[in-house]
Design a protein around this ligand. Structure first.
Ligand code: LLP
Length: 451
């Protein structure tokens, strides 16, 4: 089944590419252009932040982030049974973000021992932690068991046996949900679709009931339920509904065979509008509706694992123009690059870019690029926006998810500074990495250089 999901990810949306600043801001009420101070994010001047900490700089809006958590929680309230939210912290794992989530009663979806350690360090209640991923090492499984986390999503028969062995060795019981691959097309970019049969994720739908039954006979396991995640940046409810319908049928089959199914984890994947058309964004109420109609009446503890929808719009990347370069389509060379924001180079992803200064000049089409020595280091291609000059600031929007977490230090470019704003204040939540930190852990073997 193929969906022509309306989405922004695989290609540049020509409408969005030519949209003016006004149109882009109208779709994002948390941003506002002030005639004096320029672009404001949750009422805070971005020029002032750039002045204070320099660029490139990631800015996270705590007020916007919390508002989105509340919106999603309210939407899930309509399902009729509680739906727990586990934030997919792979999208943004900063301790301040995790602290905000904890305060809002949100648990965590982790995919590595590192994320587990981070979540525990942030004070997340272990019962509210779900561990997903196709390749958890023995050490990672042991850490999860010892921490007493609430749910381990098992993705293969092999992992089920290994988890049973680890739990037995430790004398503990593993709370297992079997991740099912429902074999539906999510209509999203190939690199982030996970719910069709050829991906590495989950157990084949047809094998799931038998494997679940097998799990009930293995020592050290408590088979609690099922999990499903079909992909990311999904803007329409149909793929969710299809996947959940298949999971609901499986719940019926497993129960008919005499086994308890107590919970279903509905995964993440709700998309946002990266361009100028807010109607393309995933709608929490529609997602909740897909869950309610398929799984709501089955006496299950339900949960979701959203990342992008919560975090992406709540963050932006502030960057300064190093210089412009004349060309048939002129280049604007920014001080942010693909090592900071990898998504455009990796997925041809579209991110709207808005000048921070209030003054307007005539618009023209340009390429906004980074200084990294790669042709692919293009942050925004063929973009119509006011002519830019050296020293001017731009905000690269919707980078609060899969932004800073995917940064590297390629080209010996230190990790950018991070700032959080909230209640009209701003604080540095991670200083720019000093260049010396790049080689701090390195050593040269004594035998290599002879005196
Ligand atoms: N649960 C599981 C098992 C996942 O694999 C993911 C994302 C999520 C939840 C959260 O999905 P979300 O709600 O954020 O769509 N780096 C890519 C996205 C990769 C998503 C990987 N899995 C990007 O920048 O678009």
């Amino acid at each position: 089944m193929l969906y022509h999901a309306r989405m922004d990810l695989p290609t540049l949306d020509p409408c969005a590419a030519s949209a003016g600043t006004d149109v882009l801001l109208a779709a994002r009420p948390w941003l506002r252009m002030d005639v004096q101070d320029g672009l404001l994010f949750d009422g805070v001047s971005l020029a002032a932040i750039a002045q204070g900490v320099g660029t490139p700089c990631w800015v996270t809006g705590a007020d916007t982030l919390l508002r989105r958590v509340r919106t999603l929680q309210a939407a899930m309230g309509q399902v009729g049974v509680p739906v727990a939210i586990h934030f997919a912290m792979k999208s943004n794992d900063h301790l301040a973000v995790l602290a905000l989530m904890r305060g809002a009663g949100v648990g965590m979806d982790v995919v590595s021992g590192g994320e587990l350690a981070r979540a525990l360090h942030a004070g997340i209640d272990s019962a509210g932690i779900v561990f997903s991923g196709v390749g958890k090492t023995d050490a990672e499984l042991d850490a999860a068991l010892r921490a007493g986390i609430g749910q381990i999503n098992v993705e293969s028969a092999e992992e089920l046996h290994r988890l049973s062995a680890r739990a037995t060795t430790l004398g503990l019981t593993a709370p297992v949900s079997l991740r099912v691959n429902p074999d539906v097309e999510s209509g999203t970019h190939a690199k982030i679709a996970t719910g069709h049969a050829e991906t590495k994720f989950g157990v084949a739908h047809d094998d799931a009931a038998a494997l679940y039954a097998q799990g009930t006979r293995l020592p050290g396991l408590r088979m609690d339920g099922l999990a499903v995640h079909i992909g990311s940046q999904i803007g329409v409810p149909a793929p969710f509904r299809d996947a959940y319908r298949r999971v609901a049928a499986l719940v019926g089959d497993i129960r008919a065979a005499g086994h308890a199914v107590r919970r279903v984890d509905c995964g993440g994947g709700l998309g946002i509008a990266y361009g100028d058309d807010a109607s393309l964004a995933g709608v929490p109420a529609a997602w909740a509706g897909a869950i309610a109609t398929t799984l709501g009446g089955l006496d299950l503890a339900l949960s979701i694992e959203p990342g992008r929808w919560l975090a992406a719009p709540a963050g932006l990347l502030l960057s300064r123009v190093i210089q412009t370069k004349a060309a048939p389509t002129p280049f604007v060379v920014l001080d942010a690059a693909m090592n900071d924001l990898a998504r455009p180079a990796l997925y041809d992803a579209f991110h709207a870019v808005v000048p921070v200064a209030p003054q307007r000049r005539a618009g023209r089409v340009m390429h906004l690029v980074g200084p990294v020595c790669e042709t692919g280091d293009i942050l925004a291609a063929d973009r119509r926006m006011p002519e830019m000059r050296a020293g001017e600031l731009v905000a690269i929007l919707d980078t609060g998810a899969y932004g800073a977490v995917m940064s590297s230090t390629y080209n010996a470019r230190p990790f950018a500074a991070q700032v959080m704003i909230g209640g009209g204040r701003w604080s540095v939540i991670r200083p720019r990495q000093p260049v010396e930190a790049l080689w701090a852990g390195e050593s040269v073997p004594g035998w290599l250089v002879r005196a």
